[in-house]
Design a binder for this molecule. Structure first.
Ligand SMILES: [Zn+2]
Length: 133
């Protein structure tokens, strides 16, 4: 689990903040939590703005993940959903379709996309593009 430096707001002790990614319904959530060993203070916050390099950390530790559609899926509908959820323009989506994968990112990001697709009755699978180093 990726971690980052942290200073306890209650006692000032230095500690470690842990970041987690998970899917809640079809929402992608990145959370941060800490527990201070010095004073016992702890907090967990969802939907935090994590530092940009945390995403890189997730990719390093969990590998790069992609998503593919199950056979017989409504591809046009799927592409439209994937395009919007990734903020791509039509030509970017088309080139992704050509070279594949349709989407790539952290495991939790792909699980979230899978949930969004399945909510639209489009079966999809996540897979590992590149294993964690
Ligand atoms: Zn503390």
């Amino acid at each position: 689990m990726p971690t980052g430096p942290f200073v306890c707001p209650d006692c000032g002790a230095k500690g470690v903040k842990r970041f987690a990614e998970f899917v809640s319904g079809d929402q992608f959530v990145r959370s941060a939590s800490y527990h201070c060993d010095s004073c016992g203070s702890s907090e967990e916050a969802d939907g935090v703005d994590s530092p940009p390099d945390i995403r890189e950390d997730f990719l390093r530790k969990e590998g790069l993940w992609g998503i593919k559609l199950a056979a017989g899926s409504d591809e046009l509908k799927a592409l439209s959903i994937l395009r919007k959820s990734q903020g791509l323009n039509p030509s970017e989506m088309l080139s992704r379709k050509k070279r594949g994968p349709l989407a790539e990112g952290t495991q939790a990001e792909m699980s979230c996309l899978k949930a969004v697709l399945e909510a639209a009755k489009i079966p999809a699978e996540t897979f590992v593009i590149q294993s964690a180093s």
